[in-house]
Design a protein around this ligand. Structure first.
Ligand SMILES: Cc1cc2nc3c(=O)[nH]c(=O)nc-3n(C[C@H](O)[C@H](O)[C@H](O)COP(=O)(O)OP(=O)(O)OC[C@H]3O[C@@H](n4cnc5c(N)ncnc54)[C@H](O)[C@@H]3O)c2cc1C
Length: 382
């Protein structure tokens, strides 16, 4: 019997596992894939995500590229930039997620790599009403835990728990798809570059080992059903952007093009029948904000602290009845509400005619930092 089972070994699950171990809990962490694994992501690590990474994976983080500016570039090459309040980093998800997973292992978590959880159900185990979670893996193994954190990412299915589609509290405009690839031979700049067009954008950011990550989010209406093979051909067919073409001219794609769909920008439930939900599983914020990873790390930590406090409380009550974890949902909503509000405005701009996009981009040199700061996760309890 573990104190806490965590499903999902991305940033939210790993941060929850590390925090829970620091608080002395027995933790089992499940990840259905094997590391290192790539992921469709801009691989921009906002300054808010850096403290935890500096503490637990300093060597890997130090390999990442420094990013101190954001630049927004229209199709005809007009560009508007602002300096980031503090430098961010560019680091591949393959490197970061594997390092965080190993850090969770060093803290003493039981790591279950390559093990997908199929079902999670609460069962009464004592006459006093104490209930435990019983998890069943795809291989049929059963594991019991006093509490559960769901950190399965944007899109998941677990028997016994309402699916993400059933929990949507507020949804953004339609469906999107994400596409990414790494490139070698792009001239280095310490900036995250956003190449925008109506119905989507492509972010270009330096990462480790002299590589660049190109990552697009495109509305399904714009992307149509076009097959994705080479990244450059695909982006050329959905949103031809001469400034981006110019930037990638002479660069060589390294590795596969990764895709993910559907991407639904939506807020969901952060508590489900006593399970705490962290990271993207509790809602997906527009990646334009570059704060998804920081929110995943912080909500994972918050979920672990909430579980630790309620386990202590329950022990004092003689382990009778349900654990009280109600504070988590409120803290989550307080910390993320403003981010969702501002991200909604940014998302409307991504769908707006290019004239409106240019006008908005022109305001960025003086409004950019304020908008950027407005999308950050906030909360003193963190
Ligand atoms: C196009 C795009 C660009 C983005 N760019 C950025 C960016 O530049 N910066 C930024 O900060 N954020 C960005 N994001 C957001 C960022 O990727 C997410 O916010 C972050 O990955 C959330 O972490 P997580 O741990 O919640 O989920 P994930 O990273 O998705 O991890 C969830 C894990 O759970 C595992 N899992 C799922 N189901 C099960 C199961 N049943 N059993 C076991 N394991 C399971 C999955 O395999 C996965 O590894 C971007 C997202 C997209 C789509």
């Amino acid at each position: 019997m573990k104190d806490i089972a965590i499903i999902g070994g991305g940033p939210a699950g790993a941060a929850a596992a590390i925090e829970a171990r620091k608080l002395g809990l027995g933790v089992v962490l499940f990840e259905r894939e094997r590391f290192p694994r790539g992921k469709v992501c801009g691989e921009f690590l906002s300054v808010e995500s850096l403290p935890l990474l500096e503490e637990h994976i300093p060597e890997v983080l130090a390999r990442g590229a420094v990013i101190d500016r954001a630049e927004f570039i229209g199709r005809s090459g007009e560009s508007h930039a602002f300096s980031l309040p503090r430098p961010a980093r560019g680091l591949s998800r393959a490197a970061m997620d594997e390092a965080l997973w190993q850090a969770a292992g060093r803290e003493g978590c039981e790591l279950r790599e390559g093990v997908g959880v199929r079902r999670a159900q609460k069962q009464a185990v004592t006459a006093r009403g104490e209930r435990h979670w019983i998890l069943e893996t795809h291989a049929g193994e059963r594991v019991a835990a006093r509490s559960l954190i769901v950190a399965c990412g944007r899109w998941w299915a677990l028997e016994g728990i309402p699916s993400p589609a059933a929990q949507v509290k507020s949804a953004g405009a339609g469906e999107w798809m994400g596409v990414k690839a790494h490139f070698r031979g792009v001239a280095g700049r310490s900036a995250v570059e956003m190449y925008y067009f109506r119905g989507g954008y492509c972010g270009l950011a330096p990462i480790e080992n002299g590589l660049y990550n190109a990552c697009c989010l495109v509305h399904r209406g714009r992307a149509g059903g076009r097959r994705v093979a080479g990244f450059c051909e695909w982006i050329g067919s959905v949103g031809r952007h001469s400034a981006l073409d110019e930037r990638l001219r002479g660069a060589a794609q390294e590795g596969k093009t990764l895709t993910t769909a559907p991407v639904r920008l939506a807020r969901r439930a952060s508590e489900l029948d006593g399970a705490l939900v962290a990271g993207d599983a509790a809602g997906f914020l527009d990646p334009f904000t570059g704060d998804g990873i920081a929110m995943a790390l912080r909500s994972g930590g918050l979920a672990a602290r909430t579980v630790a406090a309620s386990l202590r409380q329950n022990e004092m009550r003689g382990n009778a009845g349900e654990m009280d974890q109600s504070g988590y949902g409120e803290a989550f909503a307080r910390a993320s509400a403003r981010s969702y509000g501002i991200a909604g405005i940014l998302r409307a701009l991504v769908c707006a005619p290019e004239g409106v996009q240019h006008a908005a981009a022109a305001a960025l040199p003086w409004l950019g930092v304020r908008l950027f700061n407005g999308t950050r996760w906030r909360g003193s309890e963190l």
